[in-house]
Design a protein around this ligand. Structure first.
Ligand SMILES: Cc1cc2nc3c(=O)[nH]c(=O)nc-3n(C[C@H](O)[C@H](O)[C@H](O)COP(=O)(O)OP(=O)(O)OC[C@H]3O[C@@H](n4cnc5c(N)ncnc54)[C@H](O)[C@@H]3O)c2cc1C
Length: 506
């Protein structure tokens, strides 16, 4: 009989508890299931398949070095496991606990039912700080910290050969996709992930805090690890431990020699916690993939969805240079920094007044790092439907002036404007009509004011708003210190709190 290690979003042999534990318990069949119906979902575009392909190739090589390469099967998970069970006999199934989207949740339920019917045990291990069946957020941050400091799991020294064939899958469709792959910022595979990590912690990251907001500087000063964390080519625990160790090294330097590293590393470590904090929200409340976190906002964007606005936004043709440059750059590279993601969503949700759900699917299809727990929580935060975060409507012209003053980023991605001077590029419509570039599809100030009035009006006038907000804080709010937050205490003591007083990771 064999143990099956089902690789899902942990495409590595190092710090992989499932693999290490299974190998201690007999022969191991390392399995990746390419599930066509998962990859047919709208969120799953080519760039993710390209990242997956490189990552699987490297995982296969790493496993081969241990003695047994990766077995890839294409099809439905239950059918594949059933077939393997008939031919080999499965003693145990080993994998990490997966919090992904509604599709993977349902699939896991089917797998669980099948395993139960066959009397096979599923050993699921935690690979991040997300807690299954969490009762209460109090103490969550402390738990996260201790999960991150667990010693890394060593890869097994050898794996016995198991006679099983791998399916051939072609993850490329056409030449166009090959071209797209060359422009992707993160291409996949553990080697790249480790090099990003090393490079960030030792060279690129020093000005992280100062430079993360501009799309010009973020590419060099952010870690670019998000896709690697999403596919598990690098584990969040080893990332945390590497950053902690670098922090200790910096602390050992003379104060003057520390440069900007202390604040950069603290910000980075904080964001690793946010990673799990946001996924925890989806784990605790899976409906937020589809529904507003705060139900009072359900009727807010109920008018007919404006397809023309949506198309202009999707293709980078809104007439607002910074919005269009960000969208076009994202389409080509598969990555965008946090502030510019937030600005794109703020524009679609507030200025264009589009419900967040379709833009969320579209952006998810572009982000190689699509991580449903982070993505849907952030989409809702930036659309004002959580009811617990301050409303932030980004002015795209201000963002453009602040973060790309000379128009370098804009010129790269919106070549129609390449001939404009820095004084003209942020608001080209003020200069003259440029034939090849659209005029703004909405008036920024007017649209922003309308959105703000509607949102603040709803917050103020709906008697249920604050009551429900408090429940949401209680369920999802972060308690940074790991102790109960003052906010939660206030709620328990029935003191009144205004939504703007609440602090959450942005
Ligand atoms: C609308 C919207 C959608 C988003 N969707 C995703 C998504 O699908 N997947 C994803 O990984 N991130 C998402 N983010 C968060 C953030 O933009 C990306 O994590 C970050 O830009 C990735 O680049 P990096 O790896 O260089 O990040 P760094 O700044 O180097 O941060 C290191 C890691 O910390 C985590 N992190 C950073 N910022 C955040 C944040 N605000 N919330 C939660 N975790 C964070 C990520 O895992 C990231 O890889 C989204 C943000 C917005 C506004």
């Amino acid at each position: 009989m064999i143990n099956v290690v089902w690789f899902k979003r942990d495409l590595r042999v190092h710090d992989n508890e499932a693999l290490t534990s299974a190998a201690k318990d007999g022969p191991v069949l390392p399995l990746y299931i390419y599930e066509p119906s998962l990859w047919e979902q709208e969120e799953m575009s080519f760039t993710k398949r390209a990242f997956l392909r490189v990552s699987l190739e490297e995982l296969n090589l790493a496993l081969k070095e241990l003695g047994q390469g990766l077995i890839i099967k294409k099809g439905n998970a239950v059918d594949i496991l059933d077939n393997l069970n008939k031919r080999h006999g499965i003693r145990g199934l080993y994998s990490h606990q997966e919090t992904w989207n509604g599709w993977t949740y349902k699939r896991d339920l089917e797998v669980r039912r099948w395993l139960k019917s066959k009397g096979i045990r599923w050993h699921e291990s935690r690979q991040n700080g997300v807690i299954r069946s969490l009762k209460d957020r109090n103490g969550w941050a402390k738990n996260w910290q201790s999960q991150m400091t667990v010693p890394l799991f060593k890869a097994p020294q050898t794996l016995d050969k198991v006679g099983e064939k791998t399916d051939k899958i072609d993850l490329f469709n056409n030449k166009l996709e090959h071209n797209l792959e060359t422009q992707m910022l993160a291409k996949g595979g553990r080697k790249e992930g480790l090099s990003f990590l090393h490079n960030f912690l030792n060279i690129r990251g020093e000005n992280y805090t100062k430079q993360m907001s501009s799309p010009l500087t973020a590419v060099d000063s952010c870690s670019l690890l998000s896709s690697h964390l999403a596919y598990g080519t690098v584990s969040i625990r080893e990332t945390f431990q590497a950053a902690q160790s670098r922090k200790r090294e910096i602390q050992s330097f003379e104060k003057l020699d520390r440069g900007n590293w202390p604040s950069a590393l603290n910000s980075f470590l904080g964001r690793l916690r946010w990673h799990c904090h946001f996924i925890q929200k989806l784990e605790d409340e899976p409906r937020i993939e589809f529904e507003n976190m705060h139900p009072v906002y359900d009727n807010l964007r109920s008018e007919k969805f404006n397809e023309d606005y949506f198309l202009a936004w999707k293709t980078g043709n809104t007439g607002y240079p910074m919005i269009d440059a960000c969208m076009r750059s994202l389409i080509h590279t598969g990555w965008l920094n946090f502030r510019m993601r937030a600005m794109l969503v703020s524009f679609s949700s507030y200025h264009l007044w589009l419900h967040w759900r379709l833009p969320a699917t579209y952006l998810a299809s572009l982000f190689v790092d699509f991580e449903p727990g982070i993505h849907f929580s952030q989409m809702q935060m930036q659309s004002g439907t959580t009811g617990i975060n301050s409303i932030r409507i980004y002015n795209p012209v201000k963002q453009s002036r602040d973060h790309d003053p000379d128009g370098i980023f804009i010129k790269k991605w919106v070549p129609e404007l390449a001939h404009l001077a820095p004084s003209e590029i942020h608001e080209p419509w003020l200069r003259c009509r440029i034939k090849s570039y659209p005029v703004p599809i909405i008036q920024e100030k007017v649209a922003r004011k309308k959105a703000a009035d509607l949102l603040y009006g709803l917050r103020k006038n709906n008697t249920q708003h604050n009551k429900i907000s408090k429940e949401i804080v209680n369920k999802h709010g972060s308690r940074k210190s790991g102790l109960r937050s003052r906010t939660v205490d206030k709620i328990k003591n029935h003191q009144s709190i205004k939504p703007t007083q609440l602090t959450f990771p942005v």
